[in-house]
Design a binder for this molecule. Structure first.
Ligand code: NAP
Ligand code: MG
Length: 473
């Protein structure tokens, strides 16, 4: 049993102002795995005051001083990698290989990237007699979800630190353990008091207190669309900057010249990774209509081959994060059946032999783009496969979505694949796979308005100042 009953405020572990706790459930067992304290507005006020106080000196540190702090964090993060991976598996149910692997690696990757970007970042630029300075925006409220917990916290914290901001992190109640370990890492690394603060508890209470706070300058939020809208309204009262990274229904286009069976199989197993709880998951698989039979066979085989079970064992997929998430996914599967989509694999209920834990069957439907299961983000291991007539039709279907986060194109002709990628209205497109920590990531349309990752992630936390008439020394 884990007990994380203190918050991290002003460089110290402190008790909440009003003692109150909540249980954390292990999604693999449905049993209580630990307890956290849940904070109140009074804790937020303390943390904001500490961050405000620290801002004066932290915002005036040199690039070299901040690099030194980031390098100290890096050493400490490396030391705690095993703890981090285990915590992620316990809190949100990712297989241990994924918790210790990609989940943890995304955190260290964003840290390494922030270090690389900080070394070169142009904070000042002289244009004629005007000096243009990029300066930290101030006290930042960082509100994060549970699905890739280290990715989402680290992609905010390290650029915010590197650019001289101070911050308050509000991690998700469903997955609070990895954030606690990260706060321990920052403390052990000697981040100056008040620069980084963390309070656990409810988004409705703490998130709202941050969004409406007079002394918070910016909110960076990753999560669902309704909460993003609410935060934007709350933050408008004090004219805060709000960075939003929201949901998606990302198209995965298999071009006609691609090896259909291999690519459909890859797309299907990728969809089931992290139990389908990835904002940029390729949840709409677009294949040539004329070859639908071949695609169905490949998707069915790939979905049925996904091993589901205890995330501590050797499985490809663990449970989904919570009972609420399980029920919501079951409702979507039922909706798919009700609206006449063709079920290819999976379906309602738990996989055979799993009576306890929030396990979902890897599920594939063939459907059209106007159905609920093709339009709404399910955030579970449910793939909607859709046939297209020709390239124009594929692009039209891909773009016919209220979201615009990710996109995937696979094909043998790079010219064709690149041309299709350029026509897609989403913030990031992967052509035949690949990975880049320096590529900006964020959404078009209702998928958000911010750009995180790499150099573009720094801009989120910077004000731009003109000093007109500035004479270089
Ligand atoms: P969520 O319900 O929106 O919660 C995200 C965070 O916001 C949690 O910490 C939550 O606190 C907090 N929150 C809730 N109500 C709030 C309010 N009124 N004011 C301020 N904060 C509030 O999202 P989720 O269910 O955890 O995560 C899934 C969603 O995130 C999906 O839609 C997914 O696509 C999206 N996502 C997007 C990206 C991206 O980069 N674009 C990445 C990952 C996930 P609690 O702890 O109380 O819930
Ligand atoms: Mg939620």
């Amino acid at each position: 049993m884990r007990e994380y009953l203190q918050f991290y405020i002003d460089g110290k572990w402190v008790d909440p102002v009003e003692p109150k706790t909540a249980n954390v459930i292990n999604p693999a067992t449905e049993e209580v795995s630990g307890r956290i304290s849940v904070g109140s507005v009074a804790d937020v006020n303390k943390a904001v005051a500490a961050a405000r106080k620290a801002f004066t000196s932290w915002s005036e540190t040199t690039r070299e001083q901040r690099l030194e702090v980031l390098l100290a964090i890096q050493a400490e993060y490396e030391r705690r990698k095993q703890d981090m991976g285990e915590a992620i598996t316990e809190e949100m149910g990712a297989p241990l290989s994924l918790g210790l692997g990609f989940h943890t690696l995304l955190g260290s990757g964003h840290l390494q990237t922030a270090i690389e970007v900080l070394r070169e970042f142009p904070f000042e630029e002289q244009r004629g007699t005007t000096l243009i300075r990029r300066e930290p925006i101030g006290v930042c409220g960082l509100i994060t979800p549970w699905n890739w917990p280290m990715n989402q916290t680290c992609v905010k914290i390290f650029p915010a630190l590197a650019t001289g901001n101070t911050m308050i992190l509000k991690p998700p109640q469903l997955a609070p353990y990895s954030a606690q370990i990260l706060a321990e890492v920052l403390h052990a690394a000697g981040v100056p008091a008040g620069v980084f603060n963390m309070i656990q508890g409810s988004g409705a209470v703490l998130g709202t207190a941050l969004s409406t706070h007079e002394d918070v300058d910016m909110i960076s939020f990753t999560g669902s669309e309704p909460v993003g809208v609410q935060i934007t309204k709350d933050a408008a009262l004090t004219v805060k900057r709000v960075g939003l990274e929201l949901g998606g229904k990302s198209p995965y286009i298999v071009l006609d010249d691609a090896s259909l069976a291999t690519n459909v199989a890859n797309a299907t197993s990728a969809m089931m990774g992290n139990s389908g709880q990835t904002c940029s998951a390729g949840s709409r698989l677009l294949v040539p209509k004329a070859r639908m039979d071949e695609a169905i066979a490949a998707a069915r085989d790939a979905a049925n081959a996904v091993t589901v079970g205890d995330p501590k064992g050797n499985v490809a997929m663990g449970p989904v994060v919570s009972k609420g998430q399980y029920n919501s996914i079951q409702d979507y599967i039922q909706k798919g059946l009700d609206e006449g989509a063709q079920l290819i694999a999976g379906g309602l209920g738990r996989p055979d032999g799993l009576e306890k834990g929030y396990y979902v069957k890897p599920t594939v439907f063939v459907t059209s783009n106007d159905t609920v299961i093709a339009r709404e983000e399910i955030f579970g291991p449910v793939l909607a496969m859709i046939g297209y007539d020709d390239l124009d039709d594929a692009v039209a279907i891909a773009n016919d979505s209220t979201f615009g986060l990710g996109g995937y194109v696979v094909g043998d002709s790079l010219d064709t694949a690149n041309a299709v990628a350029k026509r897609m209205r989403t913030g990031a497109i992967w052509v035949n796979g690949g990975f880049d920590f320096h590529a900006p990531f964020g959404g078009y349309k209702r998928s958000g308005n911010g750009r995180e990752w790499g150099e573009f992630g720094f801009d989120e936390y910077l004000e731009i100042k003109s000093i007109i008439g500035f004479k270089p020394a």
